[in-house]
Write a protein that binds this ligand. Structure first.
Ligand SMILES: [Zn+2]
Length: 414
């Protein structure tokens, strides 16, 4: 294989990926106007349903335009040897390998952020605003952006520097060390996510004493689940959409409820959503995900270590001086089909876990409040009641609402 054929392979991968996504989107679009399944007939009032149809269509058109533009930009960038140009610019400012790599990725990320900023502004302040979801003020929006740039620069830059240091020190065996490094970082992030990262973006307060707290404690005790940390987060600062999640393990494990969830759901429904989250924990889903994620990372790094020294990768992108960072970019582009496969497998597994967590909530609490709670969440987020099965298969980490309700109403044990 020579550099030119690798170049065309990369273009081919990008084209196939783009066409596949547009095809799936279009399939899904044709199902927007499908009749509502009868078990979901009470989710929306007719007027609200019309509004949800409108929301889906606007988002479909928006993603069609933004993804087509970004696809064209990437193809043109590759055609005009954009990576070689950025590499040259970075080398004009530094000679140290790590500094060049940091500058290189810094420039690429800055450019892609500038290009995507208008879309992000339009999505938040025009589309989400129009449908009454947006509660983000301009100040929050700007502060969020600045905070995430600083976090990305510190964490991303730090990890990239460490990886190149490992590579320089251990040669082709570097992937072992990087694997351990990434595993430790992700364990650390998982453990202290709520303590270190959430406060940067949100305010979280312990759930106040009262009816809801008592109901939660009562349920937790009934399934032998020790949790003394239930927090409420000010999700309403950005959007009316509601959520709940589980994070950390051991002494750091906690359940976080959005304030919007408490507003929109009844106490019984909240306990049922919580029972679903406890189900994930009790069925070891968090551990399985961590193991699978670790294996995938190891496999990716090992594959990367096989080609990182190959100068064909740099040549394929039109760069004359081979380097770790150019190898990384080319590998990232070539890896897309494999990551799509692993993504499909992860989604399959995740949907299976969702059925199990729903079943756990049904078996240890009640199915009715979970069903009505999920319906309320679907309604307030104007979610799609009739997704196309192919679209679900590729993209959904959760089964559709209809699939979940059908499963809970069946006698199947998950
Ligand atoms: Zn779940």
């Amino acid at each position: 294989m020579n550099a030119t054929s690798i170049f065309y392979l990369i273009i081919g991968i990008l084209v196939v990926d783009f066409l596949l996504e547009r095809f799936l989107g279009l399939l899904n679009y044709t199902w927007y106007s499908k009749a509502i399944p009868k078990e979901l007939s009470d989710v929306y009032e007719p007027k609200e349903y019309k509004k949800s149809q409108e929301y889906k269509k606007i988002n479909f058109r928006f993603s069609l335009i933004s993804s087509t533009l970004s696809f064209l930009v990437i193809i043109l960038f590759l055609h005009f040897k954009g990576f070689a140009l950025v590499d040259q610019i970075a080398r004009g400012f530094a000679t140290d390998q790590i500094l060049v790599a940091l500058l290189f990725f810094g420039i690429i990320m800055l450019a892609s952020e500038l290009a995507s900023l208008p879309f992000s502004i339009y999505s938040t302040f025009v589309i989400e605003e129009q449908f009454g979801f947006n509660t983000t003020t301009l100040k929050t929006f700007i502060l969020d952006k600045i905070k995430s740039y600083i976090l990305t620069a510190l964490l991303g830059g730090g990890i990239l520097s460490l990886i190149i240091l490992c590579y320089n020190w251990a040669g082709a065996h570097f992937w072992w060390y990087v694997w351990v490094l990434i595993l430790m970082t992700s364990l650390f992030m998982n453990m202290f996510y709520a303590k270190l990262f959430v406060p940067i973006f949100n305010k979280q307060t312990p759930l106040e004493e009262g009816d809801l707290k008592n109901k939660i404690s009562e349920y937790a005790a009934s399934v032998g689940f020790h949790i003394n940390k239930v927090f409420v987060i000010d999700g309403s600062k950005r959007s009316t959409k509601a959520n709940a999640y589980f994070s950390g393990f051991g002494s750091e494990k906690r359940i976080t409820l959005y304030d919007t969830l408490i507003e929109q759901l009844t106490e019984e429904e909240i306990v049922a959503v919580l029972a679903h989250e406890v189900g994930h924990y009790k069925r070891n889903h968090i551990i399985y995900n961590l193991i699978l994620g670790t294996l995938t990372t190891g496999f990716t790094l090992w594959l990367f270590s096989l080609v990182v020294n190959n100068s064909l990768l740099s040549q394929a992108l039109g760069v004359s001086i081979p380097s770790f960072h150019i190898g990384l970019v080319a590998f990232g582009l070539l890896y897309a089909p494999i990551s799509r496969l692993t993504g499909i497998v992860m989604n399959l597994l995740s949907r299976k876990f969702e059925y199990q967590a729903d079943y756990y909530a049904k078996a240890t609490y009640k199915k009715e409040p979970l069903i009505s709670g999920l319906k309320a969440l679907s309604k307030t987020s104007l979610s799609n009641l009739t997704p196309h099965p192919a679209y679900i298969w590729f993209h959904y980490s959760h089964p559709s609402l209809q699939q979940r309700i059908t499963a809970m109403n069946s006698t199947t044990v998950y």
